[in-house]
Design a protein around this ligand. Sequence first.
Ligand SMILES: *Cc1c(COP(=O)(O)O)cnc(C)c1O
Length: 235
Amino acid sequence: MTGLGAHLDAVRARIDAAARAAGRDPAAVSLLAVSKTRPAADVRELAALGQLDFGENRAQELIGKAGELADLPVRWHFIGQLQRNKAAAVARLGAVVHSVDRTSLAQALSRAGEAAQRPVDLLLQVDLGGPEGELGARGGAAPDDVPGLADAVAELPGVRLRGLMAVAPRGEEPGPAFARLAALADRVRAEHPGAVELSAGMSGDLEEAVAAGATIVRVGTALFGRRPLASPHDT
Ligand SMILES: *Cc1c(COP(=O)(O)O)cnc(C)c1O
């Protein structure tokens, strides 16, 4: 088996073990392979092994790869900061947008979803703060603003509110941060029953995220190896 196949098996085994340890059904946690900076050939190889969800964090790279791989039944996810002027192109690809943190972006996606006659599935990105509790380090809406943002997004005709997403803060144990996220997700779901997804956990902390209830883990490094170059768009 090639390196990618072995890595995929290892990551799936980690997810299964974490789900079982938490008393959860492993099938309730889906793996999003974060293919940012990786060649389209790697995506093709993983797709042949049955991995069909892929995440990108730059619109240009997503558009290019989706074009090269248009023959594959892959589902694209957008996990980076999205400019409003790229919303339509991302929406046309049918991508799930995990990183909505303001109403203006949701409105742009809604217009794009209406134009494409296909609603855009989106998640609200939550800023879990830094080690001192400061916000703004890694993108996302402040937790206190999320319920109001969810209410506003739910009114838009061209999008569907599917849940919440977050990146664990640096320099803090991920478990308590993910627990705060899960509590916020419960609150949002009480008002918006379709907001079932919790996108949390990466290569280094997927176990803690699954324990807290993640339904989507976003894994790059553990699948593909270390990224060759740190890009300014990396989080
Ligand atoms: C790059 C990235 C990931 C994957 O991180 P790894 O540590 O490489 O697994 C997950 N989520 C977001 C938002 C990212 O930008």
